[in-house]
Design a protein around this ligand. Structure first.
Ligand SMILES: NC(=O)c1ccc[n+]([C@@H]2O[C@H](COP(=O)([O-])OP(=O)(O)OC[C@H]3O[C@@H](n4cnc5c(N)ncnc54)[C@H](OP(=O)(O)O)[C@@H]3O)[C@@H](O)[C@H]2O)c1
Length: 228
């Protein structure tokens, strides 16, 4: 069965990806900043679940995990880890340090993951990289203010993905951005359009269809195209 590596798998959408891929019989490498505190992830258990300490803002830790998994093909890298500071992201309310923190997670962290694991992905059968971006990163959809660190860092995530899709095409790697929809998690709160189960189920079905023509695109969880 295929193998996936998921960042931010302690809760929310990342946890649900881990749960569904395990149920489908995949080998799941689940990254969590604090594995001991990730009770919901630990509760999944099973012989095909491997939980790793992974903070995507820590390049050294990313490199160490890539070394640990050297020689193991990874069919699907899901860069899911994300953060949102809430009302602190409003106009005139956030510091440069907070802005940088979000760039470290969404942009530099994702780039570091893609660079560190490119050989693992290239060695796999499916060779897919999925970035969990956000509709908030779409300039075409932007119709309300606020959330400056979140929106700009997700827009930058989209740009690096568009660029790496070109750079990685010769290795047969497909790199795409998804927006998962408005999903009920700790980040968005309990009242939302979709449950994690629904969003991840849709995204898994979409992932199964991904081929070279999708690389460098920005897609909704249901496969509809999102304007940049
Ligand atoms: N929920 C939505 O409606 C929605 C909409 C659009 C996009 N998204 C995107 O979907 C992704 C998942 O969000 P969610 O809704 O599941 O949020 P969530 O429930 O708040 O979960 C966020 C996850 O990211 C992890 N994380 C944060 N910083 C990290 C770091 N430096 N290194 C590694 N992991 C880190 C968290 O780990 P800890 O447990 O250690 O904090 C947690 O596992 C994010 O990229 C988010 O931007 C969500």
């Amino acid at each position: 069965m295929p193998t996936t590596l998921i960042t931010g798998a302690s809760r929310g959408i990342g946890l649900e990806f881990a749960r569904q891929y395990l149920a489908a019989g995949w080998t799941v490498h689940a990254g969590a900043r604090d594995p001991d505190g990730a009770a919901l992830l630990q509760a999944l258990s099973g012989p095909y679940l491997h939980i790793h300490r992974l903070d995507v803002a820590d390049r050294g830790g990313i490199a160490a995990l890539a070394d640990k998994l050297a020689g193991q093909p990874i069919d699907l890298l899901i860069n899911n880890a994300g953060m949102w500071l809430g009302p602190e992201e409003g106009y005139g309310r956030f510091s440069d340090a907070q802005w940088m923190e979000e760039f470290h997670v969404h942009v530099m962290g994702t780039m570091a993951m893609c660079e560190a694991f490119v050989d693992h992905v290239a060695a796999s059968r499916d060779r897919r990289i999925v970035q969990i971006s956000s509709g908030n990163g779409s300039l075409g959809w932007a119709d309300n203010g606020s959330d400056f660190p979140y929106n700009t860092s997700k827009a930058a995530l989209n740009m690096i993905t568009r660029s790496m899709a070109i750079d990685l095409a010769p290795r047969g790697i497909v790199a795409v951005c998804f927006t998962p929809g408005f999903v009920a998690t700790d980040m968005s709160g309990p009242v939302a359009d979709l449950t994690p189960e629904e969003s991840v189920s849709d995204m898994r079905a979409l992932i199964d269809t991904l081929g070279p023509r999708h690389s460098g695109t920005f897609l909704r969880h249901n496969g509809a195209s999102v304007p940049w």
